[in-house]
Design a protein around this ligand. Sequence first.
Ligand code: HEC
Ligand code: HEC
Length: 319
Amino acid sequence: MKKRVLLLFLILFQVISAFRTGDISGDPKTKSALGELLFKEKKLSKQNKLSCASCHIPEFAFADTIAFSIGENGQPGRRNTPSAMNVSARPFFFYDGRATSLEEQVSFPVEDHLEMNLSFAKACEKIRTDKKYIRYFREIYNELPDERNIRDAIASFERTLETDQSPFDRWIKGDSSAMTASAVRGRNLFMDDKKTKCFLCHFSPDFTGDQFRNIGLYDGKALNDAGRFEITCDSNDLGRFKTPGLRNVAVTAPYMHNGMFATLKEVLEYYNDPFKVVMNPVNTDTLMQQPLGLTEKELADLESFLHALTDKRFLPVKR
Ligand code: HEC
Ligand code: HEC
């Protein structure tokens, strides 16, 4: 009994002293921890309905599970929500590359009418008048919340979202049992610059060359998202999109800028014979002019390889 009373006093004492110093033990201690809170903060949207994490769902490698995420006003957006992971090495953001740093990127979804629908200045004002954020920002930045440090905190959090614990990573470091025989065959196919050509666009440790390429999903009619062209107005960029990285791709369905493929199998069938899906593509990449002619077994092997890029935190694959 005595012990319990003592414990109660101890807790009370800690709570009171925490209030006095303003340091509540649950407070974020780092820029990225603060950024994580902001990433999940619905106040950044006009009616406090959506946070970044509403569309970039943590359990699905920070992507959404539907073709077009629903914005705050109830309308769908115009592009598929990509994974917000493994972005620290990217020179461009969004399918059309309209932002060139993570800090710059932050305000686009906030201001987008089909997303959070609020001016970035107003969103920051809401954070600036929230007592808890005033305390957090004082502790970490020694400043009041403002547009610069809010961008900085969210970008810091995004930079922590790197994954390198997939079966493929273990395999490439020498654990030959980490990938199945099918995934190893798939990896060889993926690297084959004559047969599949995948690696010619999806290279680097994150399986993207960070280039804008047109894989044939633009015909100016039913498929009329012009991609990079919207930013550069250069006709060479018609239908070009930022090559997405492929880490955790097994958990980020549906696929492509418009979410038109529901499964990896559909994606691979598309690559195998693009013209079967889009008859008259405009400005298609020279690498995409011929059907690949892969067998069912080869397609299954490629799929196994793509599954082996899933970080252990998402295994077993959900869905
Ligand atoms: C309503 C859904 C929605 C919300 C809310 C949302 N996003 Fe996005 N996000 C998207 C879509 C859609 C795209 C792709 C848009 C494009 O390419 O034009 C995207 C793209 C991105 C990218 C680029 C990834 C890449 O590889 O290019 C990052 C990073 C990102 N969002 C972070 C955020 C952050 C940070 C927030 C909160 C401030 C946020 N998003 C809020 C839907 C959303
Ligand atoms: C000419 C360059 C190029 C080649 C070759 C290429 N890709 Fe892609 N890949 C892209 C681009 C660009 C996109 C995005 C297109 C879009 O969103 O409209 C993409 C999208 C994807 C996606 C969907 C990713 C997502 O998150 O939506 C997968 C999976 C993929 N590629 C796998 C492969 C495989 C496997 C191969 C080889 C069979 C391959 N790619 C060959 C450029 C290429």
